[in-house]
Ligand binder design. Structure first.
Ligand SMILES: [Zn+2]
Ligand SMILES: [Zn+2]
Length: 144
């Protein structure tokens, strides 16, 4: 029976997931109330903390996480480079996004290096203080 059910689930995974998503979308209020109630108990929180402590990712998972985070960092950079015009403000170079740096016009305003930002929201906060420069020009800007 269980085998059969599993086979059915595997075969119709897409359809089942679509149904779940539709139900979830239509019943947002129900979910949040039920979930908040369930997840607000100290027992539940302790259990989750314990699960997190004991969780060991497989090597495959670790590789996937690393790949995913690299990919999103790359995509964030591409988007940020585009937003700042896609050319070096100093020499006008137009090249692959990897050659660009984000130079803070006023070092005193700098809260975070764009390359260290983990979310797009953080980049959006920082980007207005920066100009786009290529790595060559950036070195010359900062030479002592
Ligand atoms: Zn340049
Ligand atoms: Zn700089």
């Amino acid at each position: 029976m269980d085998q059969k059910r599993k086979a059915y689930r595997d075969k119709h995974r897409e359809q089942i997931n679509a149904q779940k998503r539709a139900w979830n979308a239509a019943n947002k209020d129900k979910i949040s109330v039920a979930r908040r109630k369930r997840e607000s108990t100290p027992e539940y929180k302790a259990k989750r903390a314990e699960q997190r402590r004991n969780y060991t990712a497989t090597e495959d998972q670790k590789i996937r996480w690393t790949e995913n985070s690299r990919r999103s960092a790359r995509n964030r950079k591409i988007k940020a480079v585009e937003l700042l015009g896609g050319v070096c403000t100093i020499c006008g170079l137009k090249d692959d996004p990897v050659v660009y740096d984000f130079h803070h016009r006023d070092p005193a305003e700098k809260d975070l290096a764009i390359s260290k930002a983990k979310t797009w929201a953080a980049i959006e906060m920082e980007l207005p203080k920066c100009v786009l420069v290529c790595a060559n020009c950036h070195r010359k800007v900062h030479k002592v």
